[in-house]
Design a binder for this molecule. Structure first.
Ligand code: ADE
Length: 230
């Protein structure tokens, strides 16, 4: 059983995604427990305000540390959970991080908004993650990316455990192209080799496609792969 708590100002965004995705099924089957908390409920302000103007001046509003810490402390088992802040200033996320995060049975994901968080939140969390070099309006989409990529790696959450072993980023290569019926669609044919039933030739063709694609689209991955092989 994996437990994921999400702290957000928009609980419905998280709830809807979980319900409609494969994560919903994992939850029904008792393999996953997602709990969503609105940190506005933990504001001490009479208008439930959770942001304020920045010390030192400047544009925009900053999320206050107090409601977030109060929300964190309300979570059962929070002392032992691994706490992640989603922010564009965090460490860039990749499949290696998803694998590493499977070691934690309990994750807490904190979604930001506005200009960012009061920096003192760092004393209450374990790491900061960015899902890429672009700025979203809030951390919700990022929290969903992290949650989905981690939870699907937990054995038993996906039906076929082996399907995660042969996918993109294993061995720092992109996946080879897949084909299914029909054999010809509007003149576009399935590559001949895949129809021969010659397993060794198919394996070599797929590896060649992986290398070609990776060279064209993600040369950075090939550099990483070569360093590891040395
Ligand atoms: N919040 C806003 N943009 C983000 C990003 N790129 N990654 C994580 N959290 C974010």
């Amino acid at each position: 059983m994996v437990i994921v708590d999400v702290l957000t100002l928009f609980p419905k965004m998280i709830e809807a995604f979980v319900q409609e995705s494969i994560l919903g099924r994992a939850q029904v089957e008792g393999k996953l427990h997602v709990r969503v908390h609105n940190f506005r409920d933990f504001s001490l302000d009479k208008h439930h305000k959770v942001d304020d103007t920045p010390y030192g001046g400047g544009a925009g509003m900053v999320l206050q540390v107090e409601p977030i810490v109060r929300a964190l402390r309300s979570i059962e088992g929070h002392q032992h959970a691994h706490k992640i802040l989603l922010t564009p200033s965090g460490t860039p996320y990749h499949q290696g991080h998803a694998k590493r995060l499977t070691q934690y049975p309990h994750l807490i994901l904190i979604c930001g908004h506005y200009e960012g968080f009061d920096e003192r939140i760092v004393h209450y969390i374990d790491e900061e993650i960015s899902i890429g070099d672009y700025v979203l309006t809030g951390g919700e989409a990022a929290a969903l990316v992290v949650m989905e990529s981690v939870v699907r790696l937990h054995t038993g959450v996906l039906n076929n455990a082996e399907s995660t072993e042969e996918e993109s980023f294993e061995d720092d290569l992109l996946e080879y192209p897949h084909y299914t019926k029909p054999m010809v669609f509007e003149g576009h044919e399935v590559p001949e080799v895949l129809r021969t039933g010659h397993h060794e030739n198919i394996r070599l063709w797929r590896l060649d496609q992986q290398l070609k694609r990776t060279r064209e689209r993600r040369p950075d991955l090939l550099v990483k792969r070569e360093k590891k092989q040395r």
